[in-house]
Design a protein around this ligand. Structure first.
Ligand SMILES: [Zn+2]
Length: 1054
């Protein structure tokens, strides 16, 4: 599942590179980007982890923190087996208790027998459907025997399925009526009884169940009479109470007929619409992940209950239909003729074993284009006919074909199905969903109009396709046992967005470069808060499951996987993954299953790293460490030893004491050098709070550099002397330090200062070298950090000190790079080698225009004036958003009206989006208010775009108060509309609160939380911590910050 549609661009706390000056608003995209030029030196090669100058030698040997200090919850079969309750034998050997025990036993026996006779129930616990299926026991399993008995008597009261029955095969028939948006279905489920039970408990939600029956699957077995059936809405379950017990290990067939509405709510089996030649057309499509299959048919809707599915769809012949598998019978793919009764019935081939949430179907009147992948796999793109005819889907179809081959080669596991359809829908709750063989994408993430799309738009779209196709292996084929480990699939798919995109466009250098700013730096902001959580998090209730799909699962998951891949080396990493996929294909796996396979791969080459022991520290503990490296001054051989210490990095000083016990096993790579030489990196494992390590000879001029190429998920700090030496190195010859590390130093320095680990002047001093910086990535890291500061500072009296300083750093490189030519450079520009240049150019224009460079403003105004007077848009697509926003903010209302008009008339999705966002850049509060109100009341603004409007108005200093007030006034409406969509909800909350930084605003936020906070999920708690941090920064650090700027040397005289 790809959530970028909700959280893209401007994720929230610190996520935004957005900035708005006091004079005008300006926005920037978080562009996925490309850096073809990875200028590097000897220290920038990927870590080899070979000892370089001296053998590794830890001087300390204190023991690891006992594992018991961490949260329990290994998602393994062993753990489930151990945790599975049962009647525990009581020690009854004490003679003097015998009499009493006997008396009690008799009484208990009488009572139990009576109850058992009355209920016809055996008090035994049901096992999971397969290994680890219930890795996390439900509440009914935790409360001792009494709770167990209750659960056995009324298993629907537990939030998890009881596990007595295991589905083998579903025969599902669905009749879809597009004229009144209803559907009727019947499902026959072949189940195997694992533990004898009188109840059939499965999921159903918002379905009208009209009849149920159970029959034994054996000759002469006949019907099992159903005493009664009922829905238990609290747990979204359907319960059949039988007259007699089902026996293990027999098989039965459960039949349910049902009907329901095709709602307009984007989950389950839902409808949406689009306009073609002025006519409104409808389609109906499914979104079952994570817990919505139960809205479309009764099923065992937990991921470990894998089964095969045979699906038949009946519908009006003017529509076509799609499902996971190809059509087996009736109205072939090209033949949609109706049957005798005026309906088309399509029977789709039986699926392999799969989880319910990956089942999918669609009824629409789309057209398609097709290509063939390796091994004859049919790859088709379905979209509305006009989009298909215009070729808007061809790019995605082309890369999908290449990616299928790439993954097959990388994983050494064939794609499992005979076809893969990519379906572009106008509305979808996520960017995309990886249903097996039928992946669904929101149009913006798969259709591309090359003439007007910016490079960043194409890059985002590419990465979504790369992500979903990766899921065909990590997700569809091997599925996490339970939602606590959803990062096992999302982390992989997110990591492979970068690896797969590098395969398609090697010059983009995504994994080595763009990954750092967009994934690593971004998630470390979030994970540095004390309101963060461990990446593996326990969940039980359906209502909580959607919570696990957050940035921690995606981005921290990807960052940890990348760290692991680098520690292991690509070859062993691939070997481990191949083994993992082959061992668990068509089944489920937990994180320990992965660690085991990766450890085995390491052992096969004589490397005895226990991956599970290392990774538990990273997955079961929240947060990450800051590792401090310094030359050891106290040792006898002071010039040959370094001291390394670790502590939990937190933005708030208050929380640091509480978490002092957290420790990690840190794979730290260290390099050293001075003006004339560099010693390549070596890997040191840090296990303790503080360790001393021997390195090669250092003198006073030798600097140390940790976390080479930022492959590790942690921050690195140094003593002030070392920072000084590194800054000196950057000023004299930055190329000695790799592009990734230059970006990493910038990000670490700003965040260490923000959290109070470093004096405020250090990062400001560090970026003084930027005039020498020719690579995009360090500039991008710097601009992200500067925009964060900008949000804190732009209402302070001394703001000009800051903006002037930024402009000084930017000026020379901005003038040197100039502006892109205004030739239409949309098509293919991304593929050209100049990509790195275009990105840097864009970044510098963004910085210059938003911090108030007059020449930049004149250029932007010139472009807009030319567009208005000539009615020809000659603005290069790559900087259109910057220019539109700058124009709207600096120019009069006519420009706003002009952009508003263009927003209405534009058909290109990417263009429409940036036009809408530009409208939020106005200085005019009347216009901003109008826009805010329109966003909720008018269908001119699509539902999924309304949040963008509110968040972007909040990014405009003139709009901040408006957005914050609008959010509070309209909370009921907003919460009703987006409350369930957690990503949207948290983006909205972050967007309207991230800039609050005064005591009065903090009070307003607390007041709001007190009266409305219930049910808003974790986003409000996070917002509170961020705003408290903002207020604290002003109290503790602002004075020092401005003091440094007052004394700052100008770049020319440094
Ligand atoms: Zn995903």
């Amino acid at each position: 599942m790809h959530v970028e549609a909700q959280q893209k661009h401007f994720g929230g706390f610190f996520f935004s590179c957005n900035r708005a000056t006091a004079t005008f608003a300006h926005r920037t995209n978080h562009k996925k980007v490309v850096d073809e030029d990875h200028v590097s030196s000897s220290s920038s090669s990927s870590p080899s982890f070979e000892a370089f100058c001296d053998p590794l030698q830890s001087q300390q040997s204190s023991k690891l923190k006992p594992a018991g200090a961490m949260r329990n919850g290994r998602g393994t079969s062993e753990q489930w087996a151990a945790a599975a309750p049962g009647v525990r034998p009581r020690a009854a050997s004490v003679r003097r208790r015998l009499v009493l025990a006997f008396a009690l036993a008799v009484l208990t026996l009488v009572a139990v027998t009576a109850a058992a006779v009355a209920l016809g129930v055996r008090f035994e616990e049901c096992g999971g459907p397969e290994e680890g299926a219930a890795a996390t026991a439900g509440p009914g399993r935790r409360g001792g025997e009494r709770a167990e008995e209750e659960a056995a008597a009324a298993p629907w009261r537990a939030s998890r399925l009881p596990g007595s029955l295991r589905p083998r095969h579903y025969d599902l028939r669905v009749a879809v009526r597009m004229d009144n948006f209803t559907f009727a279905g019947d499902v026959s489920i072949d189940v195997e009884c694992v533990n004898a039970t009188r109840f059939v408990v499965l999921h159903a939600h918002a379905l009208q169940v009209s009849s149920v029956s159970v029959t034994a699957n054996r000759p002469g077995g006949g019907a099992v009479r159903v005493q009664r059936h009922f829905l238990f809405p609290a747990n979204q379950m359907l319960v059949l109470v039988l007259h007699r017990e089902l026996k293990a290990p027999r098989t039965y067939r459960v039949n349910v007929t049902f009907d329901a509405a095709i709602e307009d709510e984007l989950l389950g089996f839902f409808r949406s619409s689009y306009t073609l030649d002025g006519e409104r057309r409808y389609l109906a499509v499914t979104q079952f992940s994570p817990t919505h299959a139960r809205k479309a048919f009764p099923c065992f809707d937990e991921p470990a209950y894998k089964a095969t599915f045979s699906l038949s769809l009946r519908h009006d012949p003017q529509y076509t239909s799609l499902a996971n598998m190809p059509v087996e019978r009736g109205g072939g793919d090209d033949d949609d003729g109706g049957g005798d009764d005026g309906w088309t019935t399509r029977r789709f081939a039986r699926t392999p074993r799969m989880s319910t949430y990956y089942l999918a179907w669609a009824v629409c009147n789309f057209t398609s284009r097709e290509t063939r992948g390796d091994g004859g796999v049919a790859i088709r793109l379905f979209a509305r006919p006009d989009a298909v005819a215009s070729g808007a889907g061809d790019y995605s179809l082309h890369i999908a074909k290449r990616l299928l081959g790439f993954y097959q080669d990388f994983f050494q596991v064939q794609y499992s199905l005979p076809k893969l359809d990519l379906l572009a829908v106008p509305k979808h709750p996520y960017a995309a969903m990886e249903n097996w063989g039928l992946s669904v994408f929101v149009e913006q993430k798969i259709l591309l109009d090359a003439r007007v799309s910016s490079a960043s738009y194409r890059m985002e779209l590419t990465m979504v396709v790369v992500h979903e196709i990766c899921h065909q292996w990590f997700g569809d084929l091997v599925t996490p046992v339970w939602w606590e480990d959803v990062w096992l699939k999302e982390g992989f798919a997110h990591y492979f967005e970068y690896v797969g995109t590098d395969f398609l466009f090697p010059k983009w250098n995504m994994e080595k470069q763009r990954f750092l700013t967009d994934v690593l730096h971004e998630v470390m902001l979030l994970d540095g808060l004390s309101s963060s959580h461990a990446i593996s998090q326990e969940v039980q209730d359906a209502a909580d499951i959607h919570r696990v799909f957050d940035w921690i699962a995606y981005k921290k998951g990807a960052a940890l996987i990348r760290m692991l891949a680098n520690v292991m080396g690509q070859r062993l990493f691939r070997k481990g993954l191949n083994d993992y996929l082959l061992s668990h294909m068509y089944g489920n796996a937990a994180r320990d299953d992965l660690w085991r396979k990766l450890s085995e791969a390491m052992r096969s080459e004589g490397q005895g790293i226990d991956i599970g022991a290392v990774m538990d520290r990273w997955t079961l503990q929240m947060g990450y460490p800051v590792v401090t490296i310094s030359k050891n001054r106290s040792e006898r051989f002071a010039t040959r030893y370094i001291t390394v210490s670790q502590e939990h990095f937190l933005y708030g000083q208050d929380g640091r004491g509480n978490s002092s016990s957290l420790q990690w096993q840190v794979p730290l790579t260290v390099a050293m050098g001075n003006g004339s030489w560099v010693c390549s990196e070596r890997l040191i494992w840090i296990h303790n709070k503080t360790e001393t390590h021997r390195v090669s000879e250092m003198d006073d001029e030798t600097w140390l550099l940790g976390n080479i190429n930022q492959t590790g998920y942690f921050r690195v700090n140094y003593d002030l002397q070392n920072w000084k030496l590194l800054i000196q190195q950057l000023r004299t010859n930055p190329q000695v330090i790799s592009v990734g590390n230059r970006a990493g130093l910038i990000d670490d320095a700003f965040n260490l200062a923000r959290a109070g680990y470093l004096p405020q002047g250090v990062p400001l001093q560090l970026i003084g070298y930027l005039a020498e910086e020719a690579a995009f990535l360090p500039w991008h890291a710097a601009s992200r950090a500067l925009y964060q500061l900008d949000k804190l500072l732009d209402r302070t009296d001394d703001y000009a000190l800051f903006s002037d300083y930024v402009l000084k750093q930017v000026a020379s490189r901005y003038h040197q790079m100039g502006w892109p030519s205004n030739a239409a450079n949309g098509d293919g520009s991304v593929l050209r080698a100049s990509y790195q240049t275009e990105e840097l150019q864009r970044e510098l224009i963004m910085l210059a225009c938003s911090f108030g460079n007059k020449q930049c403003h004149r250029q932007a105004v010139g472009y807009i004036s030319d567009w208005i007077s000539s009615n020809k848009n000659r603005i290069p697509p790559n900087i259109r958003d910057v220019i539109y926003c700058t124009g709207v903010s600096l120019m009069d209302e006519d420009v706003w009206e002009f952009i508003w008009m263009k927003f209405h008339s534009s058909n290109a999705i990417s263009e429409k989006k940036i036009l809408l966002e530009a409208l939020t850049c106005s200085d005019n509060t009347f216009l901003l208010n109008r826009l805010l109100n329109l966003s909720l009341t008018s269908d001119l603004v699509a539902e999924q775009d309304a949040i963008d409007v509110v968040v972007h108005v909040g990014r405009n200093p003139r709009g901040r108060n408006l957005a914050w007030r609008f959010f509070r006034d309209k909370w009921d409406v907003l919460n009703a509309r987006y409350g369930e969509a957690l990503f949207m909800n948290s983006r909205l909350i972050n967007g309207v609160t991230e800039f609050l930084n005064t005591d009065a605003e903090l009070y307003e936020l607390k007041d709001f939380i007190q009266s409305n906070g219930v049910g808003a999920g974790p986003a409000l708690a996070r917002a509170l911590e961020v705003v408290e941090g903002n207020v604290r920064w002003h109290r503790l650090h602002r004075r020092h910050f401005y003091q440094w700027l007052r004394k700052a040397p100008s770049p020319a005289h440094r």
